[in-house]
Design a protein around this ligand. Structure first.
Ligand SMILES: N=c1c2ncn([C@@H]3O[C@H](COP(=O)(O)OP(=O)(O)OP(=O)(O)O)[C@@H](O)[C@H]3O)c2ncn1[C@@H]1O[C@H](COP(=O)(O)O)[C@@H](O)[C@H]1O
Length: 106
């Protein structure tokens, strides 16, 4: 069976609950949400560079780093992947352009 973001989120939950610091995830979380956000930003920039350079292998690897750091950031702020999926699910009844227009009128 394919490895999913839910599997990764479960691993991150387990690392957060475990004692000690022999874990990169735990190290990030112990440094706080602001540090996790900074790391996510760095990975986003590296992903952008890979995309602009049209480096397919790097784009895949940087995207994996980016998604891992997003899940750690969500964990640091107490947001679950299910909540993000719910937000995406609520958008399926309208197009991206409609969703953008509705935000402008708020
Ligand atoms: N998917 C990942 C994953 N992707 C990227 N990374 C780490 O993210 C870091 C990003 O690279 P950088 O060069 O930006 O970071 P760095 O210079 O090493 O780190 P800093 O000292 O700057 O924080 C690397 O150290 C990668 O190993 C990950 N670390 C862990 N996971 C997953 O999380 C699981 C739990 O990992 P641990 O918490 O380490 O047990 C692992 O089994 C993996 O499935």
């Amino acid at each position: 069976m394919a490895f999913t973001l839910h599997d990764l989120a479960d691993t991150i939950d387990a690392r957060a609950a475990a004692g000690g610091d022999a874990s990169y995830t735990r190290k990030l979380l112990d440094k706080g949400a602001e540090h996790c956000a900074k790391k996510f930003g760095e990975e986003a920039v590296e992903t952008v560079i890979a995309a602009v350079e049209n480096d397919r292998t790097n784009l895949i690897n940087e995207s994996a780093d980016l998604l891992f750091h997003l899940l750690v950031l969500l964990k640091a702020r107490g947001v679950t992947i299910q909540e993000v999926e719910m937000a995406l699910g609520q958008r399926t009844s309208q197009s991206g352009l409609q969703e953008k227009a509705s935000r402008k009128s708020e």
